[in-house]
Ligand binder design. Structure first.
Ligand code: PLP
Length: 407
């Protein structure tokens, strides 16, 4: 019966809830940083499934981990623990500030756990009044009702009834705006070391240091949302390692699974102790399949040679973007770090990131936007220099097309 259905983009509009507007193409397979669509047209992948496919498509180590685990055991629930989850938690603990790990299935769920833990910790250690959460304009933390309310775009949380209360928004990279809101009622400050969806905006080291000091002064927890920046994406295992500022709670997802849905919340002994039996949970969180894949991702990425490659790839991306810009004058800056980069459109092309995204696809390149003014690149961390050069040739053709159409 299902074989009789014609599977094309039109079917999406027929059978899917219309909350997405997917591209016209339907990719059917991928290998490394190349993807092929239903018509066998090939694309260079600079999008990485929105900063997820950290080792490209069908990396042999991940295919092996997934198939080996698939032939052992897929699911148990948290009524029992399992070997891959314990190994992955031990690896995360060994390689970060954290002592304890909670597994979820997505970035939003990891943040939901972090925010609930912060509230519970404050309630247990201080009292009911200590519940304010401070986050930042343009931040993005996921789409559950709590995380989307904490996120910095009110339009994403409007229209769903009463929002979770005691959520305050300060201005990113502006410590004075935090000082104006923080008080003994604050239980946590949550921040992305580089705002991803908000436009690839890095936090300054002084800003992160200032947040740490303000949190310490007010007995508030500092939460780093590293869902987009984590697992080697910026050339360090986690972006906090560049700044020297250590959070109390860190959330990670996306690159951690390399394409398999998994999220995690990392924290210390003292704080973790407040998420007692029964306070929080998930049927699938820490499932053997996801954890086996994530362990292979972590083992493969957490190597000095890979971290060095991420930074070399960044230099090549920046050089190529500079070359294209010298010819066409479309960007005012390139922001970000490692394999999370944003080319900021200049005045003349402001608001037109989607045009560059669409033209790129026409020329055989998968790219991303980060808001209307930024073209975003979040490819595989191990993309080869040849694939970068080939992708940039296609991007150049796309830029030329947009510029020509603008005259
Ligand atoms: N936090 C950050 C910084 C993100 O960039 C995202 C997704 O883009 C999320 C949280 C939400 O992650 P997920 O879509 O896996 O729920």
């Amino acid at each position: 019966m299902s074989d009789a259905v014609i599977v094309n983009r039109a079917l999406f509009d027929e059978v899917m809830v219309p909350n997405y507007a997917p591209a016209a193409i339907i990719p059917v397979r991928g290998m490394g940083s190349r993807v092929w669509d239903q018509q066998d047209r090939e694309y260079v992948d600079f999008a990485g499934g929105i900063a997820v496919s950290s080792l490209g498509h069908c990396h042999p180590a991940l295919v092996q981990a997934l198939t080996e685990q698939a032939n052992k055991i897929w699911h148990l629930s948290n009524v029992m623990t399992n070997e891959p989850a314990l190994k992955l938690a031990a690896a995360l603990v060994a390689n970060t500030f954290a002592d304890k790990v909670y597994f979820a299935n997505s970035g939003a769920e990891a943040n939901e756990a972090a925010l609930k833990l912060a509230r519970r910790y404050a309630l247990d250690t201080v009292g009911e009044h200590k519940m304010d959460i401070i986050s930042f304009g343009k931040s993005f933390h996921g789409r559950t009702f709590f995380t989307v309310t904490v996120g910095g775009q009110a339009s994403y949380s409007d229209g769903f009834g009463p929002k979770p209360a005691a959520v305050l928004h300060a201005e990113f990279n502006n410590l004075d705006s935090v000082k104006a809101l923080i008080s003994d009622r604050t239980c946590a400050v949550i921040v992305e070391p580089i705002q991803g969806e908000g436009g690839i905006l890095p936090a300054t080291t002084e800003f992160l240091q200032g947040l740490r000091e303000l949190c310490d002064a007010h007995q508030a927890l500092l939460i780093f949302d590293e869902v987009q920046t984590g697992v080697g994406r910026t050339g360090a295992l986690y972006a906090y390692m560049h700044s020297g500022v250590t959070p109390d709670i860190l959330t990670t997802a996306k690159s951690l699974g390399g394409g398999f849905p998994i999220g995690a919340m990392l924290t210390t002994h003292t704080i973790a102790a407040h998420l007692k039996v029964g306070t929080h949970g998930s049927t699938y969180g820490g499932n053997p399949l996801g954890c086996a894949v994530a362990l292979a991702v972590l083992d493969t990425i957490n190597q000095p040679a890979v971290m060095a490659q991420v930074l070399e790839n960044e230099q090549l991306f920046r050089a190529e973007l500079h070359r294209i810009n010298a010819k066409y004058d479309v960007f005012s800056a390139v922001r970000g770090k490692g394999m999370l980069l944003g080319a900021v459109l200049n005045e003349r092309f402001k608001g037109r990131s989607r045009d560059f995204f669409l033209a790129s696809a026409e020329h055989g390149l998968l790219s991303l936007v980060a808001g209307p003014d930024v073209v975003r690149f979040a490819p595989s961390l191990v993309i080869t220099p040849d694939d970068i050069r080939e992708g940039m040739q296609r991007f150049e053709a796309a830029v030329a097309q947009v510029v020509q159409a603008t005259h």
